[in-house]
Design a protein around this ligand. Structure first.
Ligand code: NAI
Length: 339
C-alpha cells in the first residue's frame, strides 16, 4: 500500500514547486475516508498551498487517495491504511482530524464523548510522538472536550504548544454569515459574524450586535436567528435521518479554516478568524479554552482578541455558555488526567 506513494510524498516541496516562492505544506487528514474526510480531502487537493496530502483512516483511505490524486493540481496524495498511522504523520506540518462517529437524531455532541474521546486521544498521542511540531485542527466532536483532550495528551508527552492546537468552529461562523445574510437580504460576504464560546448548542455565542446587518435584527427574528446558529447542526442531523450530521458544509468550513492557517503560515498578515484555542480571556472563570477572533501567524496563534463590546442579550448568552463550556472542558481534561 505504501510503495511509490511514500517515496514521492517525502520528496522536497522545493523540488516539486521550484518556480514558486511560496512555502508549501504537507497536510494530513485523519479520518479521510468519512463523510467529512472525503470532501475535505478533495478541497485540500485544490488548495495551492498544500504540497502533499496524507490521507489516513482505519477504513478506505487508500481508495480515497487514489481517487483524489487524479485531480489536476500539483500536490502529491498518499493514502494510508489502519496500521500505517506513523507513516501518514511523517513530516506533516498540519494535521486535520475529522475521525470519529457523528450524531444521530436526538443525540447531543456530548453523547459522542465515549467513542470519540479515545479516538482523538490516541491520534494526538501519535502526532505528539511522530510530528510534535504539527499544527492540529480538531473537527471531531465534542470539540469543547476533544480540544482539551489533545492539549492534555500532548502536555503529558511534554510537547504541547497552545499556539498549535485549534478547535474548528468555522461551521458556526459559516452558518451565522449565511443565515444572517438571508434575513438581511444581502450577500454573505457582507455579514461576517464573530461567533465566540464553544461548539455546541448554548456554548455557541454569535456576536450579532457587532455586525452592520446583524445588529438590525431584533425581537423574535433575533431569537430565532440565534437559535438557528446554535442548533443549525440539528437541522442537518434531522434531515439526514440517521445517516449522520453535516459533512459537506463542514468539509467546506474545515477547508476554509485550513486555508486560513496555511496562508498565515506562509507569511500572510492579518489572517483573523474565530477558533477554539487555549485562551486567557476567561481563565478567571476557570475556562481555559475559548473561541474568539484569533490572528493566525507563522507560528500558529499570533494574537487572541478580546470580545469587544457585547450587547445585554449577548451578555446573557455568555452567562449561559460559561457553565456548560467549563463542564465540557473539565470532562476532556479529566479523561486524560485520570487515565
Ligand atoms: P463519519 O462516520 O462519516 O467518518 C468518520 C471517519 O472516521 C470514518 O471513516 C472512520 O473510519 C474514521 N475513524 C474512526 N476511528 C478512527 C481512527 N481511530 N483513526 C482514523 N480514522 C478513524 O463521520 P463524519 O460525518 O465525517 O464526522 C466526523 C466527526 O466530525 C464526528 O465526530 C462529527 O461529530 C464531527 N463534526 C464536527 C463538526 C464541527 O463543526 N467541528 C461538524 C460536523 C461533524
Amino acid at each position: 500500500m505504501l510503495t511509490r506513494c511514500t517515496a514521492r510524498s517525502l520528496a522536497s516541496p522545493a523540488r516539486l514547486f521550484s518556480t514558486s516562492a511560496a512555502r508549501h505544506t504537507k497536510v494530513a487528514v485523519l479520518g479521510a475516508g468519512g463523510g467529512i474526510g472525503q470532501p475535505l480531502s478533495l478541497l485540500l487537493k485544490a488548495d495551492p498551498l498544500v504540497s502533499s496530502l496524507s490521507l489516513y483512516d482505519i477504513r478506505g483511505a487508500p481508495g480515497v487517495a487514489a481517487d483524489v490524486s487524479h485531480v489536476d493540481t500539483p500536490s502529491e496524495v498518499c493514502g494510508y491504511p489502519a496500521d500505517k498511522l506513523d507513516n501518514a504523520l511523517d513530516g506533516v506540518e498540519v494535521v486535520v482530524i475529522p475521525a470519529g462517529v457523528p450524531r444521530k437524531p436526538g443525540m447531543t455532541r456530548d453523547d459522542l464523548f465515549n467513542t470519540n474521546a479515545s479516538i482523538v486521544r490516541d491520534l494526538a498521542s501519535s502526532i505528539g510522538r511522530v510530528s510534535p511540531k504539527a499544527h492540529i485542527l480538531v473537527i471531531s466532536n465534542p470539540v469543547n472536550s476533544t480540544v482539551p483532550i489533545v492539549a492534555s495528551t500532548l502536555a503529558k508527552a511534554g510537547v504541547y504548544d497552545p499556539k498549535r492546537v485549534f478547535g474548528v468552529t468555522t461551521l458556526d461562523v459559516v452558518r451565522a454569515a449565511r443565515f444572517t445574510a438571508s434575513i438581511a437580504g444581502v450577500h454573505p460576504n457582507e455579514t461576517p459574524i464573530t461567533v465566540v464560546g464553544g461548539h455546541s448548542g448554548a456554548t455557541i455565542v454569535p456576536l450579532l450586535s457587532q455586525s452592520v446587518h446583524g445588529k438590525n435584527i431584533k425581537g423574535e427574528a433575533y431569537e430565532k436567528l440565534v437559535y438557528r446558529i446554535q442548533f443549525g447542526g440539528d437541522e442537518v442531523v434531522k434531515a439526514k435521518d440517521g445517516a449522520g450530521s453535516a459533512t459537506l458544509s463542514m468539509a467546506y468550513a474545515g477547508a476554509k479554516f485550513t486555508s486560513a492557517l496555511l496562508r498565515a503560515l506562509n507569511g500572510e498578515k492579518g489572517v483573523i478568524t474565530p477558533t477554539f484555542v487555549e485562551s486567557p480571556l476567561f481563565k478567571d472563570k476557570g475556562i481555559d479554552f475559548f473561541s474568539s477572533n484569533v490572528e493566525l501567524g507563522v507560528n500558529g496563534v499570533e494574537r487572541i482578541f478580546p470580545l469587544g463590546h457585547v450587547s445585554a442579550q449577548e451578555e446573557k448568552l455568555l452567562e449561559a455558555c460559561f457553565p456548560e463550556l467549563k463542564k465540557n472542558i473539565e470532562k476532556g481534561r479529566a479523561f486524560v488526567d485520570n487515565a
